[in-house]
Write a protein that binds this ligand. Structure first.
Ligand code: PGH
Ligand code: CA
Ligand code: ZN
Length: 307
């Protein structure tokens, strides 16, 4: 079916209380893995493209691939800009058929974030494109030394409400203790679930959890068995993701878990078949593990059997 907006996918998820994965792609194999997994699990899915991905592969190549994949698929697919920082990128994405954009001005002072986000909302809504924005900064709770620092970094519920009222965004990314990458927590993994509940009580639009990868221990172990060095890697445990969804999160962003899965597959294949030089073979093995990981995520988030 043609690409749908992210709002369509998330409003449905939010009203029924399940989560939907937004999975990052940079190339063909990750896209194939995600779409195949979502089709087999009968799940809606969000394909996320960062500015880095656009720089790596080209926005036209990525958007064309995703549009085609969606048209051939039997599940709803949204094409979304992840962490858009530049006005030109947002405009270019909309011109290239993205159905959703994230404008991330969360590093700016509150009023400036409101102004930048509002400008994107005006443009995007005029042509039916969904907007996600963010307030607060992503950082592990354990890394926060003082209480005052915690309040400055994590999303303040009252501020979140004012932000949504003033900007008219469709989805809001909140900072509740996660961070990007494979090294999220020095101590015990911990999300501020109470904060999600407070924000949920004040805000009716879908909420987004960034930095949500689990850094799956079995995948890390597999990659390390074949030579990867990932000492100290730690992510968000599955049970905390479930709690976060129960508390009101609707969109869950996953990048790192797919990277680690691909790495494990490619490393395993190359180690076991040193004589093989056909990229379809080793990339194919990477793709299979990414696909398995996406299926695990879909079932964890509860978006399976929804289409
Ligand atoms: C993410 C992905 N992308 O926007 O938030 O986070 O590094 O935990 O996959 P991870
Ligand atoms: Ca941010
Ligand atoms: Zn993110």
């Amino acid at each position: 079916m043609p690409l749908v907006t992210m709002k369509e996918i998330l409003d449905e998820a939010s009203s029924k209380g399940y989560g939907v994965g937004a999975f990052n792609i940079n190339n063909l194999e990750f896209l194939q893995a995600i779409i195949e997994a979502a089709e087999e699990e009968k799940s809606p899915v969000i394909i996320a493209v960062s500015e880095g991905a656009m720089k790596y592969a080209g926005i036209e190549f990525l958007s064309s691939m995703v549009r085609l994949a969606a048209e051939k698929a039997s599940i709803p697919v949204a094409l979304h800009v992840d962490h858009g920082k530049h006005w030109e990128v947002i405009v270019s994405a909309i011109r290239n058929g993205f159905t959703s954009v994230m404008i991330d001005a969360s590093d700016k002072p509150f009023d400036e974030n409101v102004a930048i986000t509002s400008k994107v909302v005006d443009l995007a809504h005029a042509i039916g494109v969904t907007v996600e924005a963010e307030i607060g900064r992503l950082k592990g709770i354990e890394d926060i030394v003082k209480v005052s620092e915690k309040e400055a970094i994590l999303t303040d519920p009252e501020e979140a409400k004012e932000f949504v009222d003033r900007t008219g965004v469709d989805a809001l990314a909140v900072a509740v203790g996660t961070s990007h990458g494979a090294y999220k927590f020095k101590g015990e993994p911990k999300l501020d679930i109470e904060r999600i509940k407070k924000i949920r009580d004040l805000i009716k639009i879908p909420l987004v959890l960034h930095g949500a990868s689990g850094v799956l221990p079995d995948i890390v172990e597999l990659a390390e068995k074949y030579g990867a060095k990932l000492g100290g890697a730690k992510g968000v445990p599955d049970d905390q993701i479930v709690e976060a969804i129960k508390a009101g999160i609707s969109k869950i962003n996953i990048d790192t878990d797919l990277r680690l899965s691909f790495l494990a597959g490619v490393r395993k294949f190359l180690t076991e078949h040193p004589e093989v030089f056909d990229p379809r073979k080793y990339l194919g093995e990477g793709k299979e593990i990414v696909k398995e990981t996406v299926k695990r995520k879909i079932r964890l988030f509860g978006s399976n059997n929804r289409v």
